[in-house]
Design a protein around this ligand. Sequence first.
Ligand code: CA
Length: 244
Amino acid sequence: MSKQKILIIEDERTLQEVLTYNLEREGFEVSLAADGQDGLRKARSFEPDLILLDLMLPVIDGLEVCRQLRADAKTQGIRVLMLTARSEEVDEIVGFNMGADDYVTKPFKVKPLIHRIKALLRRAGSDQQSRDIVSIHGIEVDRVNHTAKVSGQPVDLTPTEFRLLWSLGRAAGRPFGRNELMDHCRGEDANALERTIDVHIRSLRQKLGSLGDVIETVRGVGYRFRGETESPGSGNSGSPDESD
Ligand code: CA
């Protein structure tokens, strides 16, 4: 089996080295670009499975690189994980308009980043439509049309609830800490309390009605969308009003 390929587009020398070292150690074939223009060129020639894309880049910035990747038939299917230090941009990125599949805010830890990379790559086999629509356990979330349906019926979600449902649902089975969910929802707001997530989750579960228990409480961690492999009837894995 050939190695999966990752293109790192990052201008910080130290990060280039840390990322290259760790990704190669994980068995990936790694290529490096230090600015946006070179990054776009290598995205076409190296044909990576995934791109780690820094937001603040010389020549062409990360958002523009992302737009151009999505506009080109040759590169539009490549997974993009954005690296950003600018929390104010995060809203825009996770607003799903820029085409990034996921993002990590700097400074980040290598191990969780590698987990995110692997999770993205696992989903990379699916087609374009399934990249934009999560459909599981009777719940459908469409990030392009920004709509959510429960058992075929549209539900009216707040932007935060929508992002929570999308983030949890597309990675069904994986537990998310409250901090990480907060990050997904609103960027790094140091003043926001973790409990806020609980409030949004409670409201989201209510709106999902009888399917509310697909969002499980993971004690000591946070929440998780029930995985596809677990049968819904097995054990008592989270009820809508389970306390934490
Ligand atoms: Ca940079």
